[in-house]
Ligand binder design. Structure first.
Ligand SMILES: [Zn+2]
Length: 291
């Protein structure tokens, strides 16, 4: 443990559709870890990418979590309420020459051509903003995935803080959000493990305390694909919450007793909190859902 703040965890879904089994699994794991540690569990709606947001998703997410007994503390937080805040921090970083505008088109970047904007002074209005990386090695110990390191070496590692369309980049927003909510523990899917060094880098740049991380395995289908909106994973069935919680506890390798299958949600979650042991998932990056 490197962060000594009281335990505050969070679940931060994007309102780009309904929760599917994979996203609910992440929610459940982060909820159980927070409750097991007698910490707070907060809900944050990652709604900055306005082009991807789908109307009605927020209500659907809130309803789903509620139906599954995953009650969050405090009122839910919306990234879109803090646009001014992100911009102010970007202005400060820019004043300190820690960012620079990038005018590369998507086409150039997709073709993996190097971005040479670091050394050019641009006055073009439609540019994105990149962080100017100082070479360094970032290492952190994940509670389940062990030691992870990333070497930031040159300008190819200068990642985006703000997109060309004006939308604040995920990597930057998440750092500011976690600090605003005084989060101490990040529990999320192992598919985000690779983005963690970027966030740690930004935390250091902004002088923020490091966080503790636990990346839980993602659920994949029989074809080996992660359940996601892109692979058209279906929304969880709100009429069968008990069966789904029981299934998720099995997928999370918690070995729930058979009779728990029929128990009310409240009892299922009580059992799960009392018996929660994430270490059964140690070094696992993905779990196959056979349904
Ligand atoms: Zn560029």
């Amino acid at each position: 443990m490197i962060n000594n703040r009281p335990y505050i965890g969070r679940f931060a879904p994007s309102p780009t559709g309904s929760l599917h089994l994979g996203s609910l699994c992440t929610a459940l794991a982060s909820f159980l870890e927070a409750r097991r540690q007698q910490g707070l569990w907060l809900l944050r709606i990652d709604d900055l990418d306005t082009q991807r947001n789908i109307k009605g998703s927020v209500d659907n997410i809130l309803k789903t979590l509620y139906t599954f007994g995953l009650h969050w503390d405090r009122t839910e937080d919306y990234q879109s309420h803090y646009l001014k805040n992100y911009e102010e921090i970007l202005i400060d970083l820019t004043k300190n020459q820690q960012t620079y505008p990038c005018i590369c088109s998507r086409k150039i970047l997709l073709a993996k051509q190097p971005c040479l904007c670091r050394d050019i002074i641009s006055t073009q209005a439609h540019s994105s903003l990149r962080v100017r990386i100082n070479p360094c090695l970032i290492s952190f110990k994940d509670k389940l995935q062990g030691l992870t390191s990333h070497q930031f070496s040159n300008q190819n590692d200068d990642f985006l803080l703000k997109r060309r369309d004006g939308i604040i980049a995920y990597q930057f927003a998440v750092v500011i959000d976690d600090e605003r909510q005084q989060v101490s523990q990040v529990v999320r899917g192992a598919d985000l493990l690779d983005s963690t060094p970027n966030q740690i880098y930004l935390r250091q740049l902004l002088g923020l305390t490091p966080l503790n991380y636990m990346h839980i395995p993602v659920i994949i289908d029989e074809g080996g694909y992660k359940l996601s909106k892109q692979t058209r994973a279906t929304a969880v069935d709100l009429k069968k919450p008990q069966a789904i919680i029981f299934k998720l506890l099995n997928l999370l390798k918690q070995n729930p007793p058979k009779e728990l299958n029929q128990s009310p949600i409240k009892e299922q979650l009580e059992w799960a909190i009392n018996n929660w042991n994430p270490l059964f998932l140690k070094n696992v990056r993905a779990i196959c859902n056979n349904d």
